[in-house]
Design a protein around this ligand. Structure first.
Ligand code: 5GP
Length: 237
C-alpha cells in the first residue's frame, strides 16, 4: 500500500522591517533540516546585495499580473508600493520532497495563507521596543529619513496584528531568539500524534510553549505601549 502523501507543515514568519527577521530566518534554515524557504516573487527592484532567485524572483508588474491571472499564487499583497507573492509551486515541491515550508511574508499575506491553510503555524517577531527598532533601521543605513519614518508607521500598524499569530518572539538577544525559533519549529514537528518525548525534547517543547500567544501577552504589553506613545522615544542613539 502507498504511504499517505506528506503534508508539509507551513510556517509563516512576519515582522516589521528592521526587527532582525532576515538574520533569524537564515540562521533557522541553516539549523533545521528539511525545511524549504519559499522564495517570493516581487516587483520591487533588487537591492545591491540581492540575486534573482535567491532572496526573491524579481519580475515586472506585467509578469506578476500574468501570474495572478494564472492563479499561480497562494497569496499576494502590495507592500510599500510593490507587489509580493508566494508561488503555490513551493508548497507542491515541499510535499513531493517530504519537506516543510517557511514563508517570510507580511501580515496581509499571513491572513490569506491562514484562510487557505488553517493549520499553518504563524510566528510574529517583535522588536524589544520602538526605540530599538528605530535605531536598527538607522544603523543599517539603507533608507532615507522619510522611508524610516514610513517604516515606523507601518511597523506600528503591523504590530497591532500580533494577536492573530500562534507564537510571538521578542527579538532582544539574537542567540536566544534563534533558539526559541528553532524550538517552535521542532516542537510543531514533535507534536505529531503518538509520540513520547526525551528529556531534551521536553525542554524544546517547554521553550516553544513559552512563546505561545497566550503565554506571552504580559511581555508584549510594554512593547505595544512603546509604539502607542512614540513621542517619548524620539532620539537617534
Ligand atoms: P523587503 O522588500 O524588505 O524584502 O520585504 C518587505 C515586506 O514584504 C516584508 O514584510 C516581507 O515579509 C514581505 N514579503 C516578502 N515576500 C512576500 C510575499 O510573498 N507575500 C507577502 N504578502 N509579503 C511578502
Amino acid at each position: 500500500m502507498m504511504p499517505p502523501p506528506h503534508k508539509p507543515l507551513v510556517y509563516i514568519i512576519s515582522a516589521p522591517s528592521g526587527s532582525g527577521k532576515s538574520t533569524l530566518v537564515s540562521e533557522l534554515l541553516k539549523m533545521v533540516p528539511d525545511l524549504d524557504f519559499s522564495i517570493s516573487y516581487t516587483t520591487r527592484p533588487p537591492r545591491r546585495s540581492e540575486q534573482n532567485g535567491k532572496q526573491y524572483f524579481f519580475v515586472s508588474r506585467a509578469e506578476f499580473q500574468q501570474m495572478t491571472r494564472d492563479d499561480e499564487f497562494l497569496e499576494y499583497a502590495e507592500v510599500f508600493g510593490h507587489l509580493y507573492g508566494t508561488a503555490r509551486r513551493f508548497l507542491r515541491e515541499a510535499e513531493q520532497k517530504g519537506h516543510d515550508l517557511l514563508l517570510d511574508i507580511d501580515v496581509q499575506g499571513a491572513r490569506q495563507v491562514k484562510q487557505r491553510l488553517p493549520d499553518a503555524i504563524s510566528i510574529f517577531i517583535l522588536p524589544p521596543d520602538r526605540k530599538t527598532l528605530e535605531w536598527r533601521l538607522r544603523k543599517r543605513s539603507e533608507d532615507t529619513e522619510e522611508v524610516i519614518q514610513r517604516r515606523l508607521v507601518t511597523a506600528t500598524r503591523e504590530i497591532e496584528n500580533y494577536d492573530k499569530y500562534n507564537y510571538i518572539l521578542v527579538n532582544d538577544q539574537l542567540q536566544d531568539s534563534i533558539q526559541s525559533l528553532q524550538a517552535i519549529v521542532r516542537s510543531e514537528r514533535l507534536c505529531r500524534p503518538g509520540r513520547t518525548f526525551s528529556e531534551e525534547e521536553s525542554k524544546v517543547l517547554e521553550l516553544a510553549e513559552s512563546c505561545r500567544l497566550a503565554n506571552i501577552r504580559d511581555r508584549v504589553q510594554p512593547i505595544l505601549a512603546s509604539f502607542a506613545a512614540p513621542a517619548v522615544s524620539g532620539g537617534t542613539q
